[in-house]
Design a protein around this ligand. Structure first.
Ligand SMILES: NC(=O)c1ccc[n+]([C@@H]2O[C@H](COP(=O)([O-])OP(=O)(O)OC[C@H]3O[C@@H](n4cnc5c(N)ncnc54)[C@H](OP(=O)(O)O)[C@@H]3O)[C@@H](O)[C@H]2O)c1
Length: 389
């Protein structure tokens, strides 16, 4: 039997580690041919020992200790820097790339994967938020698959299968409400970093956990759904579902709601992307509904300002969604280093979006330029706020 050759990008992060767990559970169907991370060489070295890839890429700059750890990688081919990561993707023969890189740095690796004819399992939602049309067109032109790994988009992708577009009235994305779901807007003024990085239902990286608490994550997902499913943003709704069992729903024009339900565990959608187009027996325990309750609540727009801003950004088209993402990345980084308060994340994004981001973003260079300019603008605002020198 031919083993499927897989490249895992962001292998040392939450998505990457879950991907390798699924591969381990499904052995011997998969051959992990390459791994990539930013700087966590120690963790990467353990993965190299376990999965014996032909190549690894370390995209970031390394401190002395991480440089020393490079020797632990053994005989594997090593690529360095962001360019090196792209070279590794281009030069390594593979059937599928799983992109679990966090943030906008995931965009070029996604594009390179598609350009070199590899199917792409996409956890990196920023790829679609920044370049949805370009990336979807590219996948179509090259004739490769774009497989959503984000649990909500995997759910919608599955629910829309074999359905005509005109039969679908609404897509409903569910949101857990994040770490501060039960707090009032007033109470959000006093929340601590330690609490924001603890998610009630999911175990994820720090950035996406903070994004869940502000609902920037759901904002990015609304934009992602709009491009991935070519669906008007006005027909994409969000509901708070505290238990995170229902990943998303679609409402059909004949009045039915269809939902996808499972444990909140990323290994499920990762497995489907890995085994596509086959469905394979799940590597985790089945989910039982007995004894579980499901509840749904509307979103409070004042408390989750970043969700409304995402709708506004995508409605305004041009580069607003790119600026939204870039400003949020800078703001969350500041929050994670204790430079700003939790509520200042959304006000920073809102202030950045006051600029004119309506220019063309049809080429990758234009997209990257808006991303850079929006970051610069957010940093300028931070300086005015005297939060950075
Ligand atoms: N976690 C989830 O359950 C989940 C669910 C749905 C969607 N997603 C999406 O998946 C993506 C990853 O999320 P995560 O929670 O897995 O993040 P994470 O735990 O923070 O991991 C990020 C991974 O990306 C690598 N990385 C960061 N910057 C890089 C760069 N410039 N070049 C190459 N690699 C880089 C990191 O390497 P180092 O370890 O060396 O820093 C790490 O391996 C995000 O877009 C997120 O929105 C995540």
């Amino acid at each position: 039997m031919n083993r499927k050759k897989v490249i895992v990008l962001g292998s040392t992060g939450s998505i990457g580690k879950n991907t390798l767990k699924v591969v381990e559970a499904l052995e011997p169907d998969f051959d992990v041919v390459a791994l990539g991370c930013r700087s966590n060489v120690r963790s990467l070295a353990g993965q190299v020992r376990e999965f014996s890839p032909r190549a690894v890429a370390v995209a970031g700059t390394l401190d002395r200790e991480a440089e020393r750890s490079l020797s632990e990688l053994g005989q594997v081919r090593l690529y360095r820097g962001e360019e090196g990561l792209l070279e590794m993707i281009a030069e390594t023969e593979a059937d599928l790339v799983v992109n679990g890189i966090s943030g906008s740095k995931g965009l070029l690796p996604s594009v390179k994967s598609l350009e070199t004819g590899k199917n792409l399992a996409l956890a990196n939602k920023e790829t679609i938020v920044m370049a949805g049309t370009l990336v979807s067109d590219l996948a179509r032109r090259i004739g490769v698959e774009l497989l959503p790994v984000d649990s909500e988009h995997h759910a919608v992708y599955t629910l829309l299968h074999n359905r005509k577009k005109e039969e679908v009235q609404e897509i409903i994305l569910t949101a857990s409400g994040g770490a501060f779901r039960d707090l009032s807007y007033e109470q959000l003024k006093h929340v601590r970093l330690e609490d924001a990085v603890t998610h009630p239902n999911w175990n994820m990286g720090a950035k996406i956990t903070v994004d869940s608490a502000t609902m920037a994550n759901k904002g990015l997902e609304v934009i992602e759904a709009h491009y991935l499913f070519d669906f008007p943003v006005s027909a994409i709704k969000v509901l708070i579902h505290p238990q995170s069992y229902v990943h998303s729903l679609v409402r059909t024009t004949d009045g039915f709601l269809y939902a996808q339900i499972s444990r909140p565990d990323m290994r499920l959608s990762i497995q489907d992307a890995l085994t596509y187009p086959r469905l394979q027996r799940s590597c985790i325990e089945p989910f039982e509904l007995t004894g579980k309750s499901l509840s749904f609540e509307p979103v409070d727009p004042r408390k989750y300002r970043l969700l409304s801003l995402a709708y506004e950004a995508v409605e305004r088209s041009g580069g607003y969604a790119i600026a939204y993402n870039a400003a949020n990345e800078v703001a969350v980084e500041q929050f994670l280093s204790r430079g700003i308060s939790f509520l200042e994340i959304s006000s920073l994004v809102e202030d950045t979006l006051q600029d004119d981001w309506s220019g063309s973003t049809s080429r990758i260079e234009e997209i990257l330029q808006v991303d850079q300019e929006a970051r610069r603008r957010t940093v300028e605002i931070l300086k005015k706020m005297k939060r950075i020198a």
